[in-house]
Design a binder for this molecule. Structure first.
Ligand SMILES: NC(=O)c1ccc[n+]([C@@H]2O[C@H](COP(=O)([O-])OP(=O)(O)OC[C@H]3O[C@@H](n4cnc5c(N)ncnc54)[C@H](OP(=O)(O)O)[C@@H]3O)[C@@H](O)[C@H]2O)c1
Length: 325
């Protein structure tokens, strides 16, 4: 089979498509013929050895995938060959076949394509658990989303709107803000042109800040947070991990809450399942759909990672390995 391989930690230019042995599922595992693999900012860190999880090279990047089961391991009875499933793993999705744990595989509901299923769990799951469970966003509250046109940012706009919040989208270009507006944002702030603090205060301040960017964007935005506001710390796409001064937390009774979605399958699988169920229901009811801005072949996958790292993408990028199922 063909797979995109990282033979040594480094940038996307070091990745290459190679012929490798097809893996065999062990007990409790399944093998999936990958139809599509969602691209995440985290992939750009994994291949450099800079992410929380550091797979030993050689390995294939790609942490959310969807396709059809091509083999089942011993003891797997609830899934069978040809079933369509989605799965999240630490790596391995950018390959024609991948072996994953059967218990983490999610059957793809009718009406959802593999391409969409591969773009769904990480971004929607993170934003939903971040806003609902961690930041406890309430209807009528002002939600400020930084990096609002990005993979997780855009889903925070959609979910925040669905939860009844007044959504303020902040991004670096007017074109990106237009994508956020189409996804349901009520107000737009270009943080390259406008003073984000002044702009947010003029809209009544932020009750919740959803932050996948960090750096100057959060530093300035947190000065426009309201009494008992919450900062959901999602990630640091800017490369700058911001400091949140304790005096700012104290004076306005603010909470800063961390969100690491990838920990929920182990720490609280039932909460994660409830969140994914709610998201699937909203999706099936047509409340929102993933914004997939570009498809790439397996050979083009390094370019997808370069586009994310260069801040060029909006919504989700997906590597599509075969005609959709
Ligand atoms: N905590 C979790 O469980 C979890 C889950 C998923 C993702 N994340 C994290 O969330 C962050 C975003 O992930 P994503 O997949 O949504 O990425 P993405 O699609 O690339 O979005 C990131 C956004 O950050 C902004 N940005 C600012 N400076 C940037 C820079 N130097 N390089 C790239 N982007 C920059 C960009 O918006 P503007 O140009 O508008 O500023 C971009 O749209 C990452 O740090 C990722 O690791 C965390």
């Amino acid at each position: 089979m063909k797979a995109l391989i990282c033979t040594e930690y480094g940038g996307p230019e070091k990745l290459s498509v190679q012929d490798v042995a097809t893996p065999t599922p062990g007990p409790g595992q399944i093998r999936v013929r990958v139809h599509a693999c969602g691209v995440n900012f985290a992939d750009t860190l994994v291949i450099q050895g800079l992410y929380q999880v550091k797979p030993e090279p050689p390995f294939s990047p790609g942490l959310e995938l969807a396709g059809q089961i091509s083999a089942v391991g011993e003891g797997v009875t609830h899934l069978k060959v040809d079933d369509k499933v989605g799965s999240v793993a630490s790596h391995g999705g950018m390959a024609e076949e991948v072996v994953v744990d059967a218990k983490g595989a999610i059957p793809i509901p009718k009406g959802l394509s593999c391409t969409e299923a591969a773009a769904f769990p990480v971004a929607y799951g993170t934003s939903h658990l971040g806003l609902w469970h961690r930041a406890k966003l309430q209807p009528g509250e002002n939600l400020l989303v930084l990096g609002a046109s990005g993979g997780v940012g855009l889903t925070a706009v959609q979910i925040g709107r669905e939860m009844g919040a007044n959504v303020i989208a902040a991004a670096s270009t007017d074109a990106k803000l237009e994508v956020a507006r189409e996804a349901g944002a009520h107000h737009l702030i270009n943080y390259e042109k406008e003073d984000i603090r002044e702009a947010v205060l003029a809209l009544g301040g932020a009750d919740v800040i959803y932050d996948p960017v960090g750096g100057a964007a959060l530093k300035n935005a947190m000065r426009a947070i309201n009494w008992e506001g919450r900062i959901a710390v999602i990630g640091f796409a800017s490369g700058d991990i911001p400091q949140i001064p304790a005096n700012i937390l104290l004076v306005k009774n603010i909470s800063a809450v961390g969100v690491f979605w990838g920990a929920y399958p182990e720490k609280n699988p039932s909460l994660m399942a409830a969140s994914l169920k709610q998201l699937m229901q909203w999706r099936v009811e047509g409340k929102f759909e993933p914004h997939i801005s570009k498809l790439y072949s397996l050979e083009e996958a390094p370019q997808a990672l370069m586009d994310i790292a260069a801040r060029k993408s909006t919504g989700k990028l997906v590597v599509q390995l075969c005609d959709d199922c």
